[in-house]
Design a protein around this ligand. Structure first.
Ligand code: SAM
Ligand code: SF4
Ligand code: FES
Length: 347
């Protein structure tokens, strides 16, 4: 059919046409199912049926930025702020390691008061006590700081571009700079981090053309990991009265990204699991190959409220792994406990 040949053309191109991507994002009815099926086929052919697990430890809710969508934004004065100490972080990482997980993501707000040498010590302690790959997700930092952490043993870094539309980016991040964010991503790659980026789908004012440009950006930058999730309105932010992102739009962006970028790791994000229903299984059947079990201990976990109704908020730290085993078998897949390094050839 015409739609299948469109899928063939996009899947086979190193620089797909903007109009073709837009046409895929506009899929409706039976086309949508064909789109998801193609993404699922490419995921299976390139990454297999094993779902990779990345433990996430949300070690600090302190943030100096004011992203319009995020519950951790500086202006959210009522939020309880915490920073876990070294022993608490190591205990959480060891708990993840003892359940067989080989990657940990250390995530926090973008905290200007964070001591880079302290975090370097934490990284070194994890690397000397475990075999785990360490991924950082702590925002924009000077090149020297990224280099310090890389030298301490950090393997990977996640920094979402959020949106590639510069004017939308500016509206959502009044105190930030789009070009600086691009520069951070460039520096991270140059330092040899396996680098992840990603986007939010359904931001107020975002168009299908914007989403198309996001996908072409992911392709051009050749990221090792790409995280895509819906916008979820947080009542205590300037966007509190906006509608949440539409799950079909998210799944389409995910599927088209998988078709265009066939060799990046892509999580079924917590945000995809945190709309009215949990859509992570749908994401895993539309191109995603990663799940992120939450190992943040209570009471901190409940304080890390990026958006409302976050999944796994009240569970204990060990609960996600058996839950994810069940999710995997529900769709005839399995959990893959390997490190899940980048599939791209590094020279
Ligand atoms: N502070 C670091 C940063 O911004 O890169 C890492 C932590 S931040 C909480 C992680 C991600 O949360 C952001 O990249 C953003 O995409 C996502 N996020 C924040 N608020 C959100 C919302 N209301 N809906 C969906 N995603 C959101
Ligand atoms: Fe801070 Fe990250 Fe939230 Fe922005 S998205 S307010 S930098 S935690
Ligand atoms: Fe966290 Fe189900 S995935 S409890």
């Amino acid at each position: 059919s015409k739609f299948e040949s469109l899928l063939d053309r996009v899947a086979g191109s190193d620089a797909p046409d903007m109009a073709d991507i837009l046409a895929l994002l506009n899929a409706s009815g039976a086309q949508t199912q064909a789109l998801y099926r193609r993404a699922d086929d490419i995921r299976r052919a390139r990454m297999g049926d094993g779902i990779l697990l990345r433990a996430i430890v949300e070690f600090s809710s302190r943030c100096s930025r004011d992203c319009a969508y995020c519950g951790l934004r500086k202006a959210h004065r009522q939020l309880k702020r915490y920073r876990m100490n070294t022993a608490e972080i190591l205990a959480s990482v060891l708990e993840a390691a003892s359940s067989g997980i080989k990657t940990v993501v250390l995530q926090s707000g973008e905290d200007d008061t964070l001591d880079p040498f302290w975090l370097a010590d934490v990284i070194r302690a994890i690397k000397s006590g475990t075999q785990m790959a360490v991924t950082l997700s702590v925002g924009e930092k000077p090149q020297e700081v990224y280099a310090l952490w890389r030298g301490a043993g950090a393997d990977r870094y996640l920094l979402k571009i959020e949106t590639t539309n510069p004017s939308l980016y500016r509206r959502l991040h009044p105190d930030m700079d789009f070009d600086r964010r691009l520069e951070c991503l460039r520096v991270l790659r140059e330092l040899g981090y396996q680098t992840g980026s990603g986007s939010i789908v359904g931001l107020p004012g975002q168009t299908a053309e914007d989403l198309t440009q996001d996908i072409l950006f992911f392709k051009r930058c050749d990221f090792d990991m790409i995280g895509i999730g819906p916008f979820i309105a947080h009542p205590d932010t300037p966007l509190g009265l906006e509608g949440d992102g539409d799950i079909q739009a998210v799944l389409k962006v995910l599927a088209v990204t998988r078709i265009v970028v066939n060799n990046a790791h892509m999580p079924a994000t917590t945000a995809v699991g945190s709309l009215e229903e949990d859509h992570r299984l749908a994401a895993l059947k539309s191109g995603a190959n990663v799940l992120m079990p939450n190992f943040t201990p209570q009471p901190y976990r409940q304080a890390y409220e990026i958006y409302p109704h976050k999944r796994c908020l009240t569970e204990t730290s060990g609960a996600c792994v058996p839950c994810m085993e069940t999710m995997a078998s529900a769709i005839g897949r399995c959990v893959n406990y390997s490190r899940g390094d980048s599939l791209k050839i590094k020279v």
